[in-house]
Write a protein that binds this ligand. Structure first.
Ligand code: MN
Length: 255
């Protein structure tokens, strides 16, 4: 775990970003994931996977997508502390990465394959399945060996039931934490009272079916800390930190 570079770049008296507090090293076969939309000098998305007690982080200029044809470029950046995952707010001018940060998506991931996540990253080809509010399904993040800087990867959506042609992350540019747009975060407007939309009955039925077939099989493999975050809701649906799993209202309508 190396958070030295993260700490060296920041003055925690001058930025509201979290100071590392020494995360617990965890199993690296599953964990939480977070995506932030960060309007720094250039707008980009930060894609973060909880592995080995830190957040492995990539800056993705065009953002993650459910479209397997897009394969967006992802620059590996310094590890971030676990506390960073939930961060939303403004990094003041003059600080590293100054600008507004939106919590764009979060959820959990499972590593695909027997090899653990850190070993797959060391090999330059990590395969995983996301269960988020906006991002779902199987992905790979693949190192481009012959490129210049040595930090260049591609974040690739695999073909599966969650793949969507022409899916554009910018069509979902709202916070899953506060319901705010990037401009509303930058202006420090209050969170919207009800960011979560009501899940239509039809979606709930699909969610029930999915939870029966999908959740029990891999829930067993998660470490207890993750299982604890889950609780059953009506009809066998699962929730993580208040999020409904299974198809989101937006993906259910094919947007
Ligand atoms: Mn960033």
């Amino acid at each position: 775990m190396s958070l030295e570079e993260y700490a060296k770049k920041r003055d925690f008296r001058r930025t509201p970003e979290p100071e590392p507090s020494g995360g617990e090293p965890g199993a690296s076969h599953s964990g939480r994931f977070f995506v932030q939309r960060h309007h720094a000098s250039h707008l980009h998305y930060d894609f973060r996977l909880e592995l080995g007690g830190t957040l492995k982080s990539w800056a993705v200029p065009k953002g993650p997508t459910l479209d397997p044809a897009k394969k967006p470029f992802a620059a590996l950046v310094e590890d971030h502390p676990l506390e960073y995952g939930e961060f939303e707010g403004n990094i003041p001018k003059g600080n590293y990465g100054a600008g507004s940060v939106m919590l764009w998506d979060k959820g959990i991931f499972e590593i695909i394959g027997e090899e653990d996540g850190l070993a797959q990253i060391a090999r330059g080809d990590l395969k995983f399945r996301l269960h988020g509010e906006k991002l779902n399904g199987t992905f790979a993040i693949v190192f481009m060996k012959s490129r210049g800087k040595g930090n260049e990867w591609l974040l690739i959506k695999k073909q599966d039931a969650d793949a969507r042609a022409d899916w554009d992350p910018e069509a979902f540019a709202y916070s899953i934490l506060s319901g705010r747009t990037q401009d509303e975060i930058a202006a420090e407007l209050p969170a919207k009272s009800q960011p979560k939309k009501k899940v239509p009955a039809s979606t709930r039925r699909r969610c029930r079916g999915q939870s029966r077939h999908r959740f029990p099989s891999f829930l067993r493999r998660w470490e207890p800390s993750l299982q604890k975050n889950y609780r059953r809701v009506g009809g066998g649906c699962m929730r993580l930190n208040g999020m409904e799993c299974g198809p989101s209202p937006t993906s259910a309508t094919g947007r």
